[in-house]
Design a binder for this molecule. Structure first.
Ligand SMILES: Nc1ncnc2c1ncn2[C@@H]1O[C@H](COP(=O)(O)OP(=O)(O)OP(=O)(O)O)[C@@H](O)[C@H]1O
Length: 608
């Protein structure tokens, strides 16, 4: 059992509060957050709040982020060190984890969870920390990792994918329940990620899609609950024994609770506000019920019904609240007297949440679990044999000896371990090392990559392979080869020099640099000087070696511009420029031969 850990964070006075000449009524001292009642005249002696009108609450952490010049000022970094590192540890140990930010609108939830460029919040820091730790563990142990992220929002009680595939774009997704794994969002896209840069791009993409609006309380107020989920798998051999743990980390930025009069909302905003408040009220009831249950030591369990299903939010967070998860709540508050009642509500809410007891357990892969159980059984049988007991035990099928049973178990363990190891090897080689994701879309196979890349356009009619070259950060050298060190991409074709050109990728800006005397052309125009490439151009090297250049990030930006009407394609070719960044292989035969391996073509995926 583990209690939900609770932290409270006070933000600085906002401009609006300063304009209202608002007074600071919050004081933080160690783990205690105190609020001074505005109901009566209060006095503040020597900067200390005191007297009956002060209400004090104790939490696991109380963070004062009111004044950056104060000695007690708590930075984003400190919050990550206190709370984020626990999440990293949970993920590496195979526990589910959840961090959710709760508080009045404009109190600093998004700032704490996401932060601003250069002053990142928990979500980016946790993702960065995961990759940092992976690097460390890879050097120490021979472990393999697989990481996927998904990002969705609950807006007006509807679930929307914030990183949709073409199939889920604009669709309302349904929540279903798995008999073992619990509630989940059906058809939600999951994106395999290889680096922090990739996660950062996905986060940015999702944040842009999130429903926000300018309200009376916050210029960029989140009108939805956003859930960023990381699925993290760690696999390794622990001696002879395989070990595989799966952890799900939910990072939740809730929409703010609000009063219609304070936010001056009407129309759509009012409807959004009503839905937001409704789900937060349900969250409050769930928290209260669970807290009561824990305090009563489960005595009330029979009478108490936890209304998880009353809102999509609580239904999807079922495991995080009272279930299999290590959970942290961050309550954000304003320091100003004008927000007294909302602040007091938040502090009470947070105080109740401290009493919730969760039951986190390590999530082990089911096959690995079977292998472990069989190993234990083998040890038991071996002990029986060495004790000279050859009698069939009552557990054995009649007639089979301990020896026979031992051999069967050993063979099964060997087979399962082989299957498990080869599945991991396959994942690593197909998806892991190449930073490429293959997925089926209708009768086609879509090859997604977040890194800029070249696709070889082969003129040879008999060539059936597809070659993709990643243009990693830094320099990729290209030429006919035979050099020392060897070129990153070795090509065979007419008029290609041994060292022909380089592609320089500097933070996503890719430049083609022709080497002296080399024949290079971009979109049919000869290039002799460094040339900055843009999404969708065709590149010719030598006499007839052709490539198509794709820049997935730039294409995503162009798609956004097209949506907002800023990007008007001047001709049909320009239109194809931003749609070609997923490389699609249309394979009509797949429909006829459904059982064939969907990636059973001789795709040559080469990364530089
Ligand atoms: N600790 C902090 N330090 C500095 N600025 C902060 C802090 N917390 C919040 N802010 C600023 O206050 C404003 C409101 O914060 P934010 O958008 O995070 O609130 P919110 O609780 O997510 O609001 P909503 O529920 O309306 O989405 C933002 O401009 C943000 O940059």
């Amino acid at each position: 059992m583990a209690s939900v850990r609770v932290a409270v964070r006070v933000r600085p006075l906002s401009q609006r509060e300063k304009d209202l000449s608002a007074k600071v009524i919050i004081q933080v001292d160690g783990q205690i957050t105190s609020v001074l009642s505005t109901k009566e005249n209060f006095s503040c002696m020597n900067g200390e709040l005191s007297g009956e009108r002060v209400k004090s609450f104790s939490y696991d952490f109380s963070y004062d982020s009111m004044n950056s010049t104060s000695l007690n000022f708590v930075t984003q970094e400190k919050i990550f060190k206190d709370l984020g590192t626990d999440v990293l540890q949970a993920a590496f140990e195979g526990y589910n984890a959840c961090v959710f930010a709760y508080g009045q609108t404009g109190s600093g939830k998004t700032y704490t969870m996401m932060g601003n460029p250069g002053d990142y919040g928990l979500i980016p820091r946790i993702c960065e920390g995961l990759f940092h730790h992976i690097g460390g563990v890879l050097q120490k142990d021979k472990a393999s990792f697989h990481m996927e992220v998904s990002y969705f929002e609950i807006y007006n009680e509807r679930v929307r994918d914030l990183l949709p595939s073409t199939e889920t774009q604009g669709c309302e997704l349904r929540v279903r329940e798995h008999p073992k794994d619990g509630p989940y969002v059906d058809a939600l896209s999951r994106h395999q990620v290889q680096s922090y840069t990739e996660v950062g791009q996905l986060m940015q993409e999702g944040n842009k899609r999130r429903a926000t609006a300018n309200t009376g309380m916050n210029n960029v107020s989140s009108r939805s609950h956003a859930i960023f989920t990381i699925r993290f798998i760690k696999a390794m051999f622990d001696g002879e024994l395989p070990s595989e743990t799966v952890s799900k980390v939910h990072l939740v930025d809730l929409a703010g609770s609000e009063r219609a009069d304070a936010t001056q909302t009407t129309g759509i905003r009012l409807k959004e506000g009503a839905n937001i408040n409704r789900s937060l009220v349900t969250l409050g009831i769930v928290i209260s019920t669970l807290a009561d249950l824990s305090v009563s030591g489960g005595i009330k369990r029979k009478q108490s019904f936890v209304p998880y299903r009353d809102s999509v939010l609580t239904w999807l967070l079922k495991d995080s609240l009272g279930g299999n998860s290590k959970t942290i709540m961050i309550a954000t508050i304003s320091p100003a007297d004008v927000n007294y009642s909302e602040t007091l509500n938040t502090l009470r809410y947070a105080s109740r949440a401290k009493n919730i007891l969760n039951k986190p357990t390590v999530n082990e892969d089911s096959n690995v679990k079977i292998i472990r159980e069989l190993q234990a059984e083998i040890a038991r049988l071996k002990a029986l044999l060495s004790a000279g007991n050859q009698m069939p035990s009552f557990e054995q099928p009649s007639g089979s000896s301990v020896e026979e049973r031992l051999h069967q178990d050993e063979a099964r363990v060997q087979e399962l371990t082989k299957q498990w190891a080869s599945r991991w090897k396959e994942i690593q080689t197909i998806l892991g090392e190449d930073a490429v994701a293959l997925r089926k879309e209708g009768i086609g196979v879509v090859l997604d990559s977040q890194i800029p890349y070249l696709i070889r356009i082969d003129e040879d009619l008999l060539s059936t392979g597809v070659v993709l070259y990643h243009l990693k950060e830094g320099i990729t050298s290209v030429g006919a080869g035979g050099t020392k060190p060897e070129q990153d991409i070795v090509l065979h074709g007419e008029a290609l020099q041994r060292e022909h050109c380089v592609f320089e990728n500097q933070r996503g800006a890719v430049t083609l640099v022709p080497l002296p005397g080399a024949r290079c052309a971009v979109s049919g125009m000869e290039v002799t000087q460094p040339y900055l490439l843009s999404q969708g151009v065709n590149i010719q090297l030598g006499k007839a070696t052709m490539f198509h250049f794709n820049h997935p990030q730039e294409a995503a930006q162009l798609r956004e511009k097209r949506k907002s009407g800023l990007f008007v394609p001047s001709n049909s070719a320009a239109f194809s420029v931003e749609t070609f960044s997923d490389f699609r292989l249309w394979m009509p035969f797949l429909q006829k031969h459904k059982n064939r391996n969907p990636v059973g073509f001789d795709a040559l995926i080469k990364h530089s």
